[in-house]
Design a protein around this ligand. Sequence first.
Ligand code: SAH
Ligand code: SF4
Ligand code: F3S
Length: 444
Amino acid sequence: MKFHIFTFGCQMNVCDSDWIERALIARGWESASESGAQIFLINTCSVRDKPEQKVYSLLGRLRNYCRNRPETWVGVGGCVAQQIGRDFWRRFPEVRLIFGPDGVASVPDSLERLQAQPDLRISLLDFEDSYLERDAVPRAGGAAPQAFVNIMQGCDNFCTYCIVPYTRGRQKSRPSVRIIQECRDLIDSGVQEITLLGQNVNSYGLDAGGDGTGFAELLEQVCTLPGLKRVRFTTSHPKDIAPDVIEAFSRFPALCPGLHLPFQSGSNRILKRMNRKYTRESYLEIIQGLRRVRPDIALSTDIIVGFPGEFDADFRQTLEVMQEVGFDNSFSFKYSDRPGVRAASFQDKIPEADKSLRLSLLQKEQDRLTQKSLQGLVGRRLEVLVEGPSPKTPPDRGTSWKGREPGGRIVNFSDSGQDLTGELIPVKIVDAKKHSVFGEVDNT
Ligand code: SAH
Ligand code: SF4
Ligand code: F3S
C-alpha cells in the first residue's frame, strides 16, 4: 500500500507523523509522493483558525482526486480531528479514519483493517487515562541525526485562548524508564541530538501518571546518557520552570544553550486574563537567571497580539519585554477565537486592523533583533551538527551543508569532501543572512 502523510502544527504532530510513517513502513507499506499515493493521512492542527481552514481546503482538493479513483481514501488525525470528530464523515465521505492524539498508537492496525474491509469506517477519539506506549519501530539507516522523544501527552493549564487542553486532553506523563530506554535505543542507532517533547515539559511528573521523577531529574538522566551529544526540550511554561532546570544549563555540557520560553504578553493585566500565572517581572527574573548561568543562551518566544481587551498600552509593554530580553527569535500570532475556549466569550475583541498593525510592529522589531543576534555570531567558531545538504549552495563553493549551532540557529557552510550528514563540524562564521549564518570549516 502506498500512503502519503500531510503534517500541520507543532513538533508533537511531526513526531506522531514520523512514528506512523515508520510503523507503516515496518509493516511493508510504502511512503509515496502525493500523486502516487492511495491512502492520504492528514495530521491536523487547530491552534488558530488558519491552520484549521487549511485542513478543509486540503480535504476539498483530495475529494476531487479521490472521486475519480475509488481505491483512494483519507484518514484525518490530530487536533482538528479530535475537535470535529465524526462530523468529518458527514462532511467528507472519502474520510474513513478519524483519530485524535491518543489514537495514534492504534493507527497502523486500523489502517490494515480498513484496507481489508472496504465498507468499514473507524474513529479513535477516546482519551486514555495514562500515557499510551507505542510499538518500538526501528529508524531507517541514514536517518537524521536528531530525534524527538515524547515525555508526556496533553496539558492541564487551560490558558484562556488555547484549545490544546481540549484536543490533547489531560496531562499524562510517560514513565521515565520508558523515556530513557527510547533515548538509549536512539543513541545506539546513531542519533546525536534528542529533543524532549511535551506541551508543558516543566510540569512533567506532576500528574497522576508520574512515577516520582520530576523534570529536572529526568533532564539530568537524559543529559548524562553516554554517547549523547546534544539535548534540547520544548515547550517550557514560565510558571513551572524550576531553579534546578535553570541550573542544568550550566551543569550539563550536553544541554544546548537554547530555550524557547513563550511569554505571550508583556502586560500583567493581559497575562492574568490569559490565565498564565506569572508576571512580566517574574518572567524577566527567569531570563536573568538563565543568562547568569549561561550568558550565551539563545532565547526564543511566542507572543499573541490583540488578545481581547488588549489596549495600545498593553501592547507597548509586550514590545518593551521583547526589546529588554532581545530575543534571538520569536513567533508572534494574532489572537484567534477557538471554539469552546474561555476567551472566545470575552466581549472586548480587538479589530482585525489593530491586530495586523501590532503584529507587523512586533515582527519588524524581531527582524532587527534577529539580525543583531546573527551578526553576533560572525567571527565565532561554533560546532555544527550537520542535518544534510543545503539547498543554498553558492555556485563556486562545492557542496554546501546545512546544520545547527548549539543555540539552534541555522548554519550553512561549504565543503568539497564526503557526506557530512550527522557529523559535528567546527565552523567559523563569516557572514549573517536574514534567517541563518554562513561559515567555513575550521579545523584549527
Ligand atoms: N504548549 C505550548 C504551545 C502552545 S501552541 C505553550 O504552552 O507554549 C503554540 C503557540 O500558539 C502558543 O504559545 C501561543 O502563542 C499560540 N496560540 C495558542 N492559541 C492561540 C490562539 N487562540 N490565538 C493565537 N495564538 C494562539
Ligand atoms: Fe495551551 Fe497554555 Fe497548555 Fe500551552 S500551556 S498548550 S498555551 S493551555
Ligand atoms: Fe496544533 Fe494540536 Fe500542536 S492544536 S499546536 S497540533 S497540540
